[in-house]
Structures are given as C-alpha cells and as structure tokens.
Design a protein around this ligand. Structure first.
Ligand code: NAD
Length: 282
C-alpha cells in the first residue's frame, strides 16, 4: 500500500488527504494544531457524505477513505511515506523549516512536494538533502472537486520525479499540467491580479462586491465572481501571493490593494473566518 504524508490540515491539506485516501493511499495528516486536525477530519467526513448524496461513491467506500487517514501532531508520523505533500501556511520560513525536517525523516528516494501557490520550488529544494526530488503539486480549491493539479518543475527537479508525480496525479483521477518554476506559476500569475483588481474596484467605490462578482459571472461566464473566489481561497493567502508576485516580478504592477491588506489585518479572511467580502455562517 502506498503512503503519503500531508503536512498542514487547513483548507487544502484536508482536501489533499481526502483525495489520496479516496484512491487507496494510506495518509498521515500532520498539523501543529490539534484543533486543525479535528476540523479537517470533520470536514472530510462532511465532504464524503455530500459526495455520497450526489452518488459519488458508497457509504462503505467513504468509511474506508476516512479509516485510511491518520491524524497526528508529530512529524514522525510521515515516516515511510513515498511522497510528502506540504500544504502548510503560505510563509517561506515555515515551509523551509518543514522541508528541512521532513528530509531528515523520509527515505532519500521519497518525493517532497509542495502545494504552495507561489513560493519558489527551487528555493524550497535548497532546504532539503534531495533537490532533484522536490516538486510543486499545486492542487486547486476545493480539492475533491477540481480536476487540475499544476505540476511545478523546479530548476533542480529531476525527470523521474516529474514522471512519477504526473503518474500519481493521474491515479488520483486529476489532470496534471506541467509548468516551470516562476513566481505564481501560471494559475496565480493570471488569477491573482484579476482578484486584486476586483478589490481595487471595491476600494475605489467603482462597484459593490456583489456588482463586481455579477459582472464577471454574467459577462465573462465565470462560475464564481472574483471576490467570492477570494473569500474561498482565503484573503490572507491572496495577500501572500500578491506579495510573492510583487517581490518576484514587478513591485508596482502587482501592488496588493490597500483594502486587501486592511481586511487581512482585521482578521477578515473570507470563509474560514466567517467574514470576507461576504458573511458566512459556521
Ligand atoms: P490554511 O491556513 O487553511 O491551513 C494551513 C495549515 O497549516 C493550518 O492548519 C496550520 O496550523 C498549519 N501549519 C502552519 N505551520 C505548520 C507547521 N510548521 N507544521 C505543520 N502544520 C503547520 O491554508 P491553506 O489555504 O490550506 O493553504 C495551504 C497551502 O496551500 C498554502 O501554501 C497555499 O498557498 C496553498 N494553496 C491554497 C489554496 C487555497 O485556495 N486556499 C489553493 C491552492 C494552494
């Protein structure tokens, strides 16, 4: 049986653990916060139930999925994993430390992947003992439903690692798209400036959040408006990505909207905090 370690049990980590377990992998889900692990297991159970109601899988296979996920606050739990997917907070210092820790714990041929939205895979690789085995596996939110995984080839990633990760993504019934390591990769380099511009529109009184989202949904055929999407992603994550684009590409072109900075400072992070551009129950 293949084993995957997932580090970080937030919005993305719980979804990543869910899809690996759904496809027969043993999963060790690690987070520093016991509450985050508890929340993640609850979310996975709720999402399995939702999928069963939609006719995707049976109650028995759902129970099997849950049983394959072991939650732990200790990094030792990832020992023996073939692949580790890091999905912790989007902060380079935190990720550098995690990569250094897991490279001490895992066999030298294990793959170390990051779900980072924007941090350089090549930089992450430098904090490990195996730069050739470090790669980006950028899942999309919500993970159980979204078909894409952006596979990010760092400057040091070897061909065998890319080949194996593509194979694993296909095993998870998702579509891998290979891109090179550059700030924001493709997905966020294109998406985040649009979200940021939508926030500028609200900030400058051009339109309400509802109006901005309506324009993009009805006029551009987007299934979700950019501000509802920002709430789903997490405004702290959006701000962190804009800062990476600013640092890596162009300080003026990628300036975060002041309203985005203010909302994050106030703890209005979107769905996960209950308040963003919209209010959320639960
Ligand atoms: P989140 O804030 O929901 O969860 C992050 C989790 O990491 C928290 O539970 C936190 O306790 C944990 N954590 C922090 N430091 C840790 C450490 N040292 N060891 C173990 N766990 C630690 O964040 P998220 O939205 O799930 O984002 C996770 C990663 O996925 C980020 O790199 C983000 O850029 C990326 N990502 C996010 C989205 C999205 O839509 N939210 C989409 C694609 C990629």
């Amino acid at each position: 049986m293949s084993k995957v370690g997932v580090v970080g049990a937030g919005t993305m980590g719980n979804g990543i653990a869910h899809v690996f377990a759904q496809h027969g992998w043993d999963v060790s889900l690690v987070d520093l916060e016991p509450e985050a692990l508890e929340r993640a297991l609850k979310t996975i159970a709720t999402n399995i139930e939702r999928l069963v109601r939609k006719g995707v899988g049976s109650r028995e296979s759902g129970a099997g999925t849950l049983a394959r996920i072991k939650a732990s606050t200790s990094f030792d739990a990832v020992k023996g994993a073939e692949i580790l997917v890091e999905a912790a907070t989007e902060n380079p210092k935190i990720k550098f430390e995690i990569f250094a820790t897991v490279s001490r714990l895992l066999a030298p041929d294990s793959i170390l992947a990051s779900n980072t939205s924007s941090i350089s895979i090549t930089e992450l690789a430098k904090h490990t003992d195996r730069p050739g085995k470090v790669i980006g596996m950028h899942f999309m939110n919500p993970v159980p439903l979204m078909p894409l995984v952006e596979v990010v080839r760092g400057h040091l990633t070897d061909d065998e690692t890319v080949r194996r990760v593509v194979e694993v993504v296909e095993e998870l019934k998702k579509t891998p798209v290979i891109v090179n390591d550059s700030s924001g990769f493709v997905s966020n380099r294109v998406l985040m400036p649009m979200i940021n511009e939508a926030i500028f529109c609200v900030d400058e009184g051009v339109a309400t959040p509802e109006a901005v989202d309506q324009v993009m949904k009805l006029g551009m055929n987007h299934p979700l408006g950019p501000l509802a999407l920002a709430d789903l992603i997490g405004l702290d994550v959006c701000l962190a990505i804009m800062k990476v684009l600013q640092d890596g590409l162009d300080v003026h072109k990628y300036r975060p909207a002041p309203l985005l900075e203010q909302m994050v400072a106030k703890g209005q992070l979107g769905r996960k905090s209950g308040q963003g551009f919209y209010a959320y129950r639960d």
